[in-house]
Ligand binder design. Structure first.
Ligand SMILES: Nc1ncnc2c1ncn2[C@@H]1O[C@H](COP(=O)(O)OP(=O)(O)OP(=O)(O)O)[C@@H](O)[C@H]1O
Ligand SMILES: [Mg+2]
Length: 449
């Protein structure tokens, strides 16, 4: 367990996860800060509007007062009293909104104080007695006070603007941080993608190299086995020939000179030696497919079929078989081996039939970029469970008394087809004839249609 944990921390994944997590935390934090900053900005904009509203109310008051003094009409006192009624609330609101900045709070107090003084020393006395003697002087004092209020409001406004500028600057910084985080994340994922792609390619290359190495080893051991089979069967032929000829000589010269049992022993020895020679020849032929194969050349399959049929002339006549050969393509291969292949399949089709006139059809058609050739008969057929087995070396489904043979034919066919880069199989059901098919490369590039 500890080992796995350590391996995880040591792996390249761990730092990457760490970096991504940090960037995500920075991203989320900057988003939260951005929201907070946005709220502050809106609050300062509102304070600016509230200041505007306060100042307009003061101007309304002053205009109402002056209207009354000029006309003595009480109708002008209405905007004066309305504005005066609202102003207390406005000043309280400004003080609350500026709570975070002591300078601004003090500024609100200054404006409020000035306004209060104006009310007591200018507005109230003039409204009480508009025609007093020193009205002009009082009005002049009022103007000075209003100028002071205007100046203090301006000061206050500058303070708000500083906060707005500050918040805007912070928004810009947060935006840049978020952008950098996103870009870093994108770059990291891109780099991680590249790294994993490189890793995948490296793993694939290692796998391919391993596969090539094993293939080479397999080919080497196959070649050794083939050589061994070839040498063994070749070298066994000589002593076997001696045994065969001497037992046959023994049979010829001494038959009837011992008792019947001795004659039987001699006959069995002769037959055993003959069969052994046959088996050894079969192994030799099988191993020759690769050790003695000729280079591939364009081969006309109809000529090959004619040759195979000529070789089987006797058997065909003997079985009174009907053989039909369709149009055959030109393929790439070893003519001798291809003749052997067709002769084996046609030979089997003749052999494994109990009909009076066996019918055999040989046809070809294009299958993808290969040529597909099939040999169909109406013989005894092969049960599905034996479809693969019959291609094994010396593998037979019948005794020698039922049908003669050693069981090398189809193994040889498969070896020949595989050497040519194709495959061979059978489609059949017991008692319903069999169709053996194989594929070969066409002589010219792609298969003809
Ligand atoms: N056309 C066919 N119809 C039915 N069974 C077949 C046919 N061809 C082959 N078989 C079966 O497959 C087995 C293997 O065939 P294969 O040609 O390898 O050997 P064989 O004919 O017995 O001997 P050999 O070809 O070496 O003389 C045969 O014993 C037979 O049972
Ligand atoms: Mg055969």
């Amino acid at each position: 367990m500890m080992h796995r944990v350590r391996a995880f921390f040591a792996s390249s994944t761990f730092p990457l996860i760490g970096i991504v997590a940090s960037i995500l935390v920075v991203g989320i934090a900057s988003q939260l800060a951005r929201n907070q900053n946005q709220e502050n900005l809106i609050a300062w904009y509102n304070t600016r509007i509230d200041l505007q509203r306060t100042f307009v109310a003061i101007v309304d008051e002053e205009t109402g007062m002056r209207g009354y003094i000029a006309t003595r009409d009480r109708i002008f006192l209405q905007p004066y009293s309305e504005a005066a009624g609202r102003l207390d609330g406005y000043f309280a609101l400004l003080a609350a909104e500026s709570a975070g900045d002591t300078n601004l709070v003090a500024q609100v107090a200054v404006i409020r104080g000035l306004h209060g003084r104006w009310l007591v020393t200018v507005a109230a006395p003039l409204i009480a007695n508009p025609s007093r003697r020193n009205a002009h002087v009082i009005q002049l004092q009022g103007k000075i006070m209003l100028d002071a209020i205007r100046a203090a409001s301006h000061e206050y406004r500058l303070g708000i603007d500083a906060h707005v500028a500050d918040a805007l600057g912070r928004t810009r910084l947060i935006n840049v941080t978020a952008l950098v985080s996103i870009m870093t994340l994108v770059c990291l994922f891109w780099a991680a993608g590249r790294a994993s792609e490189r890793g995948r390619q490296a793993a694939e290359a290692t796998l391919l190299a391993e596969l090539a190495r094993r293939n080479a080893a397999l080919e080497r051991s196959n070649r050794l086995l083939e050589e061994f089979a070839y040498i063994a069967s070749h070298d066994l032929q000589e002593p076997l020939r001696t045994i065969s000829s001497f037992t046959e000589l023994l049979q010829k010269r001494y038959a009837g000179k011992f008792d019947a049992e001795a004659d039987g022993f001699i006959a069995q020895t002769v037959e055993g030696a003959r069969r052994m020679r046959q088996l050894i020849n079969d192994v030799l032929e099988y191993s020759r497919v690769t050790t003695h194969g000729r280079p591939f050349v364009p081969v006309d399959l109809s000529a090959v079929a004619d040759r195979a049929l000529a070789d089987l002339r006797g058997a065909i006549a003997e079985r009174s078989a009907h053989v039909r050969v369709g149009a055959m393509p030109e393929v790439l291969g070893d003519r001798t081996q291809l003749t052997q292949l067709l002769a084996n399949l046609i030979g089997n089709a003749l052999k494994y039939s109990r009909r009076e006139h066996p019918r055999i059809e040989i046809e070809a058609r294009a299958e993808g970029d290969m040529e597909l050739i099939s040999v169909r008969d109406d013989g005894i057929g092969v049960a599905p469970e034996d479809h693969e087995r019959i291609f094994g070396i010396f593998s037979r489904l019948h005794t020698r008394t039922e049908f003669p043979g050693t069981g090398i034919g189809l193994a040889l066919c498969r070896r020949i087809v595989e050497r040519h880069g194709g495959r061979i199989w059978v489609d059949s059901a017991e008692g319903e004839g069999a169709m053996f098919s194989f594929t070969l490369r066409p002589a010219a590039g792609g298969a003809a249609l």
